[in-house]
Design a protein. Sequence first.
Length: 92
Amino acid sequence: SAVQDQLRNVLQIQATGYAFAAILADGSVVAWGNADHGGDCSTVQDQLKNVQQIQATEGAFAAILPDGSLVACGQSESGGNCSAVQDLLVYL
C-alpha cells in the first residue's frame, strides 16, 4: 500500500466506514483509504502534530492536540469540518 512504509511505531488506530488513521509514536498521523471518508487528511496534515488521540465517525476523523484543540478531516456532514465550532473546541 502507499502508506505501508510509514506505518511504524503505531500507537493507536481508528477506522471510519472506508478509511483508517493511525497515530505514530512521534505524534504524527497517517491516514489511508477512501479519501471522501477521512483517508486523505492532506488539507490538515501540517496541523496533525503531537496528536494525543483520534476518534472516528462513519466518514470523518477528529484528532485531539496537546493544547486541547481539535483537528478534523473527512466528510463535512460526518464531522470532518469543525470550523464553525472551532472556537468552542478547546481544552477537550
